[in-house]
Design a protein around this ligand. Sequence first.
Ligand SMILES: [Zn+2]
Length: 239
Amino acid sequence: MSRHIRGRGVPEHRWRRWALRTPIPRLRLPPVDRVLVVAPHPDDEVLPIGGLLRRLSRAGVPVTVLALTDGEAAYGPAHAGDLGPRRVEESRRGLVRLLGPDVEVVRLGLPDGALDRHVPAIARAVAAHAAPRQLYLTPHERDGHPDHEAAARGTALGSRPGCRTIRYPVWLWHWCRPGRGGVDWARARVVRLADDERAGKAAAIAEHASQLAAPAGHAPILPPHVLERFLRDREVVFA
Ligand SMILES: [Zn+2]
């Protein structure tokens, strides 16, 4: 099945209908001492797992975000110079809203759109941040965006043996037919969000203004029909 991301993608009502007849088990986490979030672009740390991160952080688990790119290529090379710094700042403000000021962010500054050529560098950075009883949060390996799939490969190569990895979907909701697509749906787990977790996540997403509205001549990366996938009352991850 093609994992290309184009058009409007699978409408949200189809996922909602699928969820009604497909109960997904609740996510159960082992005891963890640290969380390392591997985020290919600014906003990947929030859209799919913002609620889960807020829950872990409120439970006292330190969160480190390994930010692979500055997301400078979202609207093509003409905007890259301004967009990178702007998105870094959006991500910083969003994370403060979501988790407070103590969140650690490590920026690698790898090229947006070319992570498939930098998998060894991702693996080295992941390995450099290894800690006992660490939980890795990384994109699903079939997410459909080449940068996301490269991030998943780098995490798999660099993660500490014996530590748990949870994979998050972002663009999978766009291209994948519900319950199909060669995706390991049997490993899907749901996180039902409390009101505070939803509110914190929504506030963090709102900081990503460059993705919610586009420069002239471009379509925004996060139009309403994409955004609604990330404003659900639950998050689905693969454990
Ligand atoms: Zn991304």
